[in-house]
Design a protein around this ligand. Structure first.
Ligand code: PRP
Length: 178
């Protein structure tokens, strides 16, 4: 299949915005350093960069979730593949995501984690595609709102490929043209 990559957000632009997000989060959480929860796999690069720019002593944990269905369309059914290693009761929790698309994954995750009685629960996402929402969901922190294009790189994949790319790129191919 013919595939072509077009840079949407350069590594320089990403770095500047991640630093701004880190400043905002450091300020908002200066009295209450949060537990960062990285949602695998897409958010791994974003969280790695973000946490090193924070000026507060965070802890980290990981979750893996998966929606049933095809690689590019969320089905709305979310499975927990890997859960947290610790209780979050009474903790200030910040979920770290790479992208909010339909909102179904984060909607489910936020409800699931809220039921564990954290002291506070917020979401930071690097990317947001507001035009794709199927449920109402607003991230507390957002790097970039982007148009409805299929993007890869900086942790985001297509069939597990392209996560390593340092820039965020639009993937053009026969299956995702337009
Ligand atoms: C992506 C992303 C979110 C979800 C967003 O994960 O990391 O978890 O999709 O989509 P939604 O708003 O429509 O629910 P993906 O399932 O691609 O897994 P990955 O992070 O391992 O690539």
């Amino acid at each position: 299949m013919n595939q072509e990559l077009e840079v949407l957000l350069s590594r320089e632009k990403i770095a500047l915005r991640v630093a701004e997000l880190a400043d905002d989060i450091s300020r908002d959480y200066r009295e209450q350093p949060p537990l960062l929860i990285c949602v695998l796999k897409g958010a791994v690069i974003f969280m790695s960069d973000l946490m090193r720019l924070l000026k507060i002593p965070v802890e980290i944990d990981f979750m893996a979730v998966s929606s049933y269905g095809s690689a590019t369309a969320s089905s709305g059914v979310v499975r927990i593949l890997k859960d947290l290693e610790q209780s979050i009761q009474g903790r200030d929790v910040l979920i770290v995501e790479d992208i909010v698309d339909t909102g179904l994954t984060l909607n489910y995750l936020r409800e699931n984690l809220a039921s564990r009685q954290p002291r506070s629960l917020k979401v930071v996402t690097l990317l947001d595609k507001p035009s794709r929402r199927r449920v109402s969901f607003n991230p507390d922190y957002c790097g970039f709102a982007i148009p409805d294009r299929f993007v890869v790189g900086y942790g985001l994949d297509f069939n597990e490929q392209y996560r390593y790319l340092p820039d965020i790129c639009v993937l053009h191919n026969e299956a995702n043209s337009g």
